[in-house]
Design a binder for this molecule. Structure first.
Ligand code: GLC
Ligand code: MG
Length: 600
């Protein structure tokens, strides 16, 4: 078929005329575009990937030993959640020493060995940087506590006098993302209650004062420390935090929402599906704690440091839960970060029109600043997409699933998850994969309360289940202690029995397994350089189908058809199927299935 011509598809339920739109929504990148403009980055959650020493918690030597799994999977890079010295009050996102490895994960030498092994296997290494807050066990915070009010040491954090006659009320009305007040009052040297300090997350995560030059200098030095050890970049935690509005005014928001954590109805959720009492975010009101303009100067300085390390590029990826997209893409202007997670895609409902809208707006917003878009469906903060998609489209997104909640339909969730991933990996730009999704892992949805460790659970008295369900240790083999996670029988979070069925050794080499699907998707994405392709919508299919082409002057055009409807849909006769997220039925694409086909 010639480009843009109409093609008639014969279909048992009635013929269909399909046609590629004349203008792409996104033009192809240069074929020699920098690696990060198209990279697939695999997120390792170090506590839960592989445990070498058998203490039930994953560690760096465990990671190093399992890296060949990722080489075989076909990803470009790994991103590791924090493995730094930490009391683990927020699973390592509470850092006490940014320049050392926590003993539960190993040593600095183990980090060096992990980086070297990854590089040997052709994998780049991205580490997590947590600049919004430290642990309360960081030497600076300990010094601030003992130095007392008015001291230079307290200036590096956000200490304030309380309100009320005796300072007994917090300085403002801000709430912690994890529940409860965002302020904790300290006991001063005289044994009396004194100042309050700000923590947007757990009380064990005091916020830094980013107006302080020493804080800025310290983080620039930490970046150099890890760059000098050979890392290829940083994922920047809570990148939209750091700077707070001058004067710390009360917020008008009912509660502090960081979309990753709290229950939230995204705009993409169809209005009809939104329950009346769902929390809403009013984007016209700027929050005093998030996305302040001053934060961009910090990242410009960081970019200059990374660029001083030459090529291949060292990169910054923002975890910035910022809306609308026009503000979010400010983080990826050409002199700031390279990438930002696309949480609009992650939070989109399994509804074709919503997905199309989000793909179009993501590409256009990123293009407006010359950045690649990124795509992500799961991470360590959200319910895994194999579970999330096991609910009816439009169900409000949950912060964890417990045994007393409605349970997802596991088979349906997996089927949709495979289709969603096949759609995601066909899109131009970068993509993120969260450990275990290549196995189709569901969340643990019946974890007994006594095992729960996410601070959200305790701080909301169990009202929010929290993120433990997506953080359960990986099953590598159906037999053996802890399903091959490590030599010990116990794991820091219990593995549900059903995980044995998803183990790597149950899927390796098995036709149709989720692991083999991911391998095929990644191999074909690389072979066809889909990451640098153009994107053009294909019209003519029913409204519950996402159909697009990914093109380039250098190679054949790829047609992608994701069927979110009930009725099977036809493919053009001259389309040659490359990979499908599930079996076709009489050549038709069945419900909740995505197909890639060469369409020349
Ligand atoms: C980010 C991390 C999350 C952590 C929070 C506070 O959202 O992804 O796991 O709890 O920041 O550091
Ligand atoms: Mg261990």
């Amino acid at each position: 078929m010639t480009r843009s011509a109409t093609q008639t598809l014969t279909h048992p339920l009635g013929d269909l005329e399909v046609r590629e739109e004349t203008t792409p929504v996104h033009a192809a990148d240069r074929p020699d575009a920098a690696w990060w403009r198209q990279a697939v980055i695999y997120q390792i959650y170090p506590r839960s990937w592989a445990d070498a020493d058998g203490d039930g918690i994953g560690d760096l030597p465990g990671i190093t030993s399992r890296l060949p799994h990722l080489r075989a999977l076909g990803v470009d890079a790994i991103w590791l959640s924090p493995f730094y010295t930490s009391p683990q009050a927020d699973a390592g996102y509470d850092v006490a020493d940014y320049r050392d490895v926590d003993p539960i994960f190993g040593t600095l030498a183990d980090a060096d060995a992990m980086i070297a092994r990854a590089h040997e296997l052709g994998l780049k290494v991205i580490v997590d940087m947590v600049p919004n807050h430290s642990s309360d066990e960081h030497v600076w915070f300990q010094a601030a506590l003992s130095a007392g009010p008015g001291s230079a040491e307290r200036e590096r954090y956000m200490f304030r006098e309380g309100r009320g006659e005796h300072g007994e009320l917090p300085p403002n009305n801000w709430e912690s993302v994890f529940g409860g007040a965002a302020w904790t009052r300290v006991t001063e040297a005289d044994g009396l209650p004194g100042q309050w300090y700000l923590h947007l997350f757990d009380p064990k995560q005091p916020d830094f004062n980013w107006e302080h030059p020493e804080v800025r200098a310290e983080f620039e030095s930490i970046l150099r420390f890890w760059l000098d050890r050979g890392v290829d970049g940083f994922r920047v935690d809570v990148a939209h935090g750091l700077i707070k509005q001058q004067g710390l005014p009360d917020t008008e928001e009912e509660r502090t929402v960081m979309l990753g954590h709290a229950e939230h109805d995204d705009d993409a959720t169809p209005a009809a599906a939104q329950p009346e009492d769902a929390p809403r975010i009013d984007h016209t009101k700027r929050s005093p704690m998030w996305d302040q303009d001053g934060v961009h100067e910090v990242y410009r300085a960081w970019r200059r440091i990374l660029e001083s390390y030459g090529t291949p590029d060292r990169i910054l990826c923002a975890e910035a839960w910022v809306e609308p997209q026009e503000r979010a893409v400010k983080y990826v202007r050409s002199d700031e970060m390279h990438q930002a997670f696309n949480f609009d895609f992650l939070t989109s409902s399994w509804i074709a029109e919503d997905l199309k809208a989000v793909i179009t707006s993501s590409l256009q917003a990123a293009d407006s600043v010359g950045a690649p878009s990124t795509w992500v469906l799961s991470n360590h903060d959200v319910v895994r997409h194999a579970s999330r998609l096991g609910f009816a489209p439009g169900t409000p997104r949950m912060n964890g699933i417990s045994a007393t909640d409605p349970q997802p339909d596991r088979a349906l969730g997996l089927r949709r998850a495979r289709a969603a991933t096949a759609l995601m990996l066909s899109l131009p730009g970068g993509a993120y994969i969260y450990q275990g999704e290549e196995l189709g892992l569901p969340d643990s949805t019946d974890m007994p309360a006594e095992f729960r460790q996410d601070p959200t659970f305790a701080r909301t008295n169990g009202a929010e289940t929290g993120r433990d369900g997506c953080r359960v240790p990986m099953p590598w083999s159906a037999d053996g202690p802890s399903l091959g996670f490590g030599p010990g029988a116990n794991t820091w979070l219990p593995q549900p029995d059903v995980y044995a069925h998803y183990a790597v050794d149950q899927q390796e080499g098995v036709a149709g397994s989720t692991l083999e699907l991911y391998r095929a998707l990644l191999a074909n994405r690389r072979r066809l350089s889909l990451g640098t392709g153009s994107l053009t919508w294909v019209d003519g299919y029913a409204a519950d189908v996402v159909a697009l082409t990914n093109g380039s002057d250098q190679r054949e055009r790829v047609l992608v058809v994701a069927n979110l409807g009930d009725a099977p849909v036809a493919l053009p006769e001259d389309a040659e199927v490359v990979v499908a997220s599930g079996p076709l039925e009489d050549g038709l694409v069945p419900s909740d299935t995505t197909v890639w086909a060469i369409w020349s």
